[in-house]
Design a protein around this ligand. Structure first.
Ligand code: UD1
Ligand code: MG
Length: 448
């Protein structure tokens, strides 16, 4: 039997934040959900999450809560106390209990599996992941004797000499649950932080062993914003390396970021300062950036997007977007179309070979193929109460600086005179023009 418990009750004082530490995000996902997702890969019989600080916020943030049992630690008197509270759930549990600190988000399932193997093969009371850290500041130091761990001393309780020990505790433990339960209530809080330390169980158990790993990056803990940035950097480096090996060029990799879930095809060029978030998918031969932000957006082949922001939209092949376009959720831009500078498009379907080249707002609109939308065209979709729809047919030519007041339909091959305010439907093949007639007065200066 295997149970996993994630300790997530602490406030995270060193984050200096109104948000509980485990709700901070790296590469878009909270620390806590990351650890839950990794835990699930081990198919445990049970996952517990110990929460305490701002419990409602933490509960609300959990994905797949159904498979996770929440345990409330109130007040929060240390990691050992968290496990004392948790231990009430384990009266008849025979098996291993994997305890994971909620602030070590990069740990891989493979390493946890390896820890479990080492633990079982040596029938240990407790096994924990350790590593040698060049700069061990802030971590508990692990002291070994022969092949066993003798004790862990927290940074704040270490003497100067003890601080020189570079072997650190990663905050990831596998306990023989029955043996842990026997001693968990014997912890004392006579230390510098006046807390009950889970690490003190080591001295109370007989057979404590370490599984030492070399890749210290995956056990990077997060106690402050510097650690948070380190983890983000580690994840980003891994993601971009994977894409580069799969045929993606990053012109300036340090300045760009890509979410783990996003897919990128071959011969795509990601220019500097480009950020690809959520579930985005970019097909072959696109050029994205510089200075571009995409979220939950798919882009088909041979498309160029420059200096642009796009949310939750679909861009087809051979499209040109930007510079300085803003494509908002629910938009589709079809093949061979062009969306130009200072154009905002929202919840609209743009058919193939359409041009919206300059300074326009297109909202809740359908535009037929081969239509040209002149500079400064605005769809007035909001009447103060609700959003209304604009339909523009195929092969239309909408003159510059026109306002199309929705709800409105223009048929196919309609021409709109520049500067028109259009609020009546226009039939196919017609011209509509609606503006004050120009008055020229000759010799105006002389007459006055
Ligand atoms: C802890 C370890 C330290 C180790 C380091 C690794 C202890 C005493 N020390 O120190 O040896 O090197 O992790 O990252 O365990 N939490 C609770 N309830 C509480 C207090 C904390 O659930 O009452 C949770 C926190 O939310 C956090 C985790 O336990 O997710 C660790 O707490 P934290 O205060 O960050 O411990 P560290 O000082 O990092
Ligand atoms: Mg910590």
């Amino acid at each position: 039997m295997l149970a996993i418990a994630i300790l997530a009750a602490g406030k995270g004082t060193r984050m200096v934040s109104n948000l509980p530490k485990v709700l901070h995000r790296i590469s878009g996902e909270t620390l806590l959900n990351r650890i839950i997702n990794t835990s699930k890969k081990l198919n445990p019989d049970k996952i517990f999450v110990v929460i305490g600080h701002k419990p409602d916020l933490v509960k609300k943030s959990l994905l797949n809560k159904e498979n996770v049992e929440i345990v409330l630690q109130e007040p929060q008197l240390g990691t050992g106390h968290a496990v004392q509270v948790l231990s009430k759930k384990f009266n008849n549990f025979k098996g291993n209990l994997l305890i994971l600190n909620g602030d070590v988000p990069l740990i891989r399932a493979e390493s946890l599996e390896e820890l479990l193997k080492v633990h079982s093969s040596r029938d240990a009371d407790v096994s924990l992941i350790t590593t040698e850290k060049e700069n061990p500041f802030g971590y508990g130091r692990v002291f070994k004797k022969d092949n066993f761990i003798e004790k862990i001393i927290e940074e704040k309780d270490c003497s100067l000499n003890e601080k020189n020990n570079k072997l650190i505790n990663a905050g990831i433990y596998c306990f023989n649950c029955e043996r842990l339960i026997k001693i968990i209530n014997n912890l004392e809080s006579n230390n510098n932080q006046k807390e009950f330390y889970l690490t003190d169980t080591i001295s109370l158990l007989e057979k404590a062993i370490s599984y030492e790993i070399i890749d210290e990056e995956e056990i990077q803990g997060i106690n402050n914003r510097i650690d948070l940035a380190k983890c983000e950097e580690i994840i980003q480096r891994k993601i971009k390396t994977r894409h580069m090996l799969n045929g993606v060029t990053f012109v300036n990799p340090e300045s760009s970021s890509v979410s783990e879930e996003s897919e990128i095809g071959i011969d795509v060029i990601i220019e500097a300062n480009t950020h690809i978030r959520g579930f985005s998918k970019i097909s072959d031969n696109c050029i994205i950036g510089p200075n571009t932000f995409l979220e939950n957006t798919s882009i088909k082949k041979n498309t160029k997007v420059v200096n642009t922001t796009i949310f939750n939209s679909e861009i087809m092949d051979n499209v040109n977007i930007g510079p300085y376009s803003h494509i908002r959720p629910g938009s589709t831009i079809s093949s061979n179309s062009k969306v130009g500078n200072f154009v905002e498009i929202k919840n609209s379907h743009i058919s193939q070979s359409v041009k919206v080249n300059h300074l326009s707002y297109i909202g809740d609109t359908n535009i037929g193929k081969f239509t040209n939308v002149g500079a400064g065209t605005i769809t007035a979709n909001y009447d103060g109460f609700k959003k209304n729809i604009t339909n523009i047919g195929e092969y239309c030519s909408v003159g510059s600086n026109s306002v199309l007041i929705a709800p409105i339909t223009l048929g196919n091959a309609v021409t709109i005179g520049a500067g028109s305010v259009i609020n009546k439907d226009v039939k196919s093949d017609s011209l509509a023009i609606s503006r004050v007639k120009q008055l020229n007065i000759d010799n105006w200066k002389k007459a006055n």
